[in-house]
Design a protein around this ligand. Structure first.
Ligand code: PNS
Length: 163
């Protein structure tokens, strides 16, 4: 049984993330989506809100679990017995950061490998931070995130008095 972990901040989950989740879930027997709980990153959504949105948008994928985690990714992978870390790669700037992270993780835990899925072309420009920015200025985010997430984003921006 091969268990993989797809970690991230998912603040919020985008259509690019969902694409990677779907494709990764076909590679492993069970996919854990690890949601980083790190308030130092000052997330827009609490970890509970991010987990809830992820559960909603992945409810049709049978072999998936959404799990918040704190601290080192590699410790979380160890705890859930995931032998594979899966990350999405968009472009060169991603690569430098991802290479450093995967090599550090490999030093910390040589038994766990990282694999990369290249982002589908239609999502290669997409990031949670861009989505947050467009939403903060009242722009249309419907083509960037699942509908349920767009609704939560609009509610969040209204509650913050952003528009
Ligand atoms: O969606 P993101 O913000 O690009 O995800 C980054 C994430 C959560 C994968 C990364 O920050 C992480 O793994 N954080 C946990 C801390 C850790 O293990 N750091 C050592 C790796 S260099």
């Amino acid at each position: 049984m091969l268990r993989g972990i797809y970690p991230g901040s998912f603040d919020p989950v985008t259509l690019g993330h969902v694409d990677i989740i779907k494709r990764a879930s076909r590679i492993v027997d069970e996919l854990i989506v690890g949601v980083l709980n790190n308030n130092a990153k000052m997330p827009l959504f609490s970890v509970e809100e991010r987990v809830k949105m992820l559960k909603e948008v992945t409810k049709d994928i049978p072999n998936i679990k959404i799990l918040p985690f704190e601290g080192l990714l590699i410790e979380c992978a160890h705890q859930v017995d995931a032998k594979l870390v899966i990350r999405g790669l968009r472009a060169i700037p991603d690569f430098e950061y991802e290479l450093q992270m995967s090599q550090t993780n490999h030093k910390l835990e040589p038994d766990i490998e990282t694999i990369f899925l290249t982002t589908s072309l239609e999502y290669s420009y997409l990031s949670s931070s861009t989505v947050r920015e467009v939403a903060a200025f009242g722009g249309d985010i419907s083509q960037f995130v699942p509908k349920a997430v767009a609704i939560e984003l609009m509610k969040k921006m209204e509650s913050k008095g952003e528009y």
